[in-house]
Write a protein of this length. Structure first.
Length: 258
């Protein structure tokens, strides 16, 4: 497992043609960048559904590919849904679950997130489990709320005795799409709490905590001791910007090991 995990969600910003072009540019970056070549960073990309097979082919061996959502059921009469079984079949290794936009725009409740998390795990997918508090407040309160969300999302899997290795993406709802991310001290406090909580669970060995929510260059240097990486949005839609993040990963790792 690489020391750092860096992912990018394309949401619904790109056409299929632009997604293919972008993935090709990311593949070239990954082939040439020392952070990826030497295993300092593990990359993942989350395109829209229709572009997943193309992304898997382009990024094979260079970056993991994930889906932005999945159905709670594995098959059946669910028009418009995509199952975890099918997502895994086409080569995905990851799937987003519980993003704030899914909750706000599509009414996903804790129960829905719990069912989708279980669906991901039983199909061999690593959930990118998005958690975050709705309003800006004290870090201790944010930790309690985020831990509650994690435990609720994993409840069904743990009851079934499944391994529940996840990537928790801490994205305070009030920071998503904002001009600036949350303050480094706040991020570090919440992510440290999440990491400690996951380490205390024997079912969640190997789980990681990354930060999203308007992440930018320079941020990893300020929070690296308490996170396992970053989850990027529109900032990384410029491949050159993703390269800047990878440069920063190398600098952070060099300082850590000096």
């Amino acid at each position: 497992m690489a020391p750092y995990l860096v992912g990018v969600s394309l949401k619904m910003y790109f056409s299929h043609a632009r997604t293919v072009e972008w993935c090709s540019e990311v593949a070239e970056l990954a082939r040439s960048h020392r952070a990826v070549r030497e295993g300092t960073v593990e990359l993942f990309v989350v395109p829209s559904y229709l572009s997943v097979p193309a992304a898997v082919g382009i990024l094979r061996g260079l970056a993991a590919v994930g889906a932005q959502d999945l159905a709670a059921a594995d098959e059946g009469a669910f028009t418009g849904e995509v199952s975890g079984a099918e997502i895994a079949e086409v080569g995905c290794r990851l799937v987003e679950v519980g993003h704030a936009e899914r909750r706000r725009l599509f009414g996903e409740t804790d129960a829905v997130v719990r069912a989708k998390t279980d669906a991901a795990l039983r199909n061999g997918l690593t959930p990118i489990l998005c958690v975050g508090e709705a309003q800006r407040g004290e870090p201790a309160a944010a930790v309690r709320e985020c831990v509650r969300q994690v435990d609720d999302a994993l409840a069904s899997a743990r009851e079934a005795g499944r391994e529940a290795t996840v990537t928790v993406a801490y994205e305070p709802h009030w920071a998503i799409g904002a001009e600036a991310p949350a303050e480094p001290e706040h991020i570090r406090s919440v992510c440290e709490g999440l990491r400690l909580h996951l380490k205390s669970s024997p079912h969640s060995a190997g789980s990681r905590v990354i930060y999203g929510g308007s992440a930018r260059p320079g941020m990893l240097s300020e929070i690296a001791d308490d996170v396992d990486g970053l989850f990027l949005g529109r900032f990384a839609h410029r491949v050159e910007a993703l390269g800047e993040i990878l440069d920063e990963v190398l600098a952070v790792e060099a300082a850590r090991t000096a």
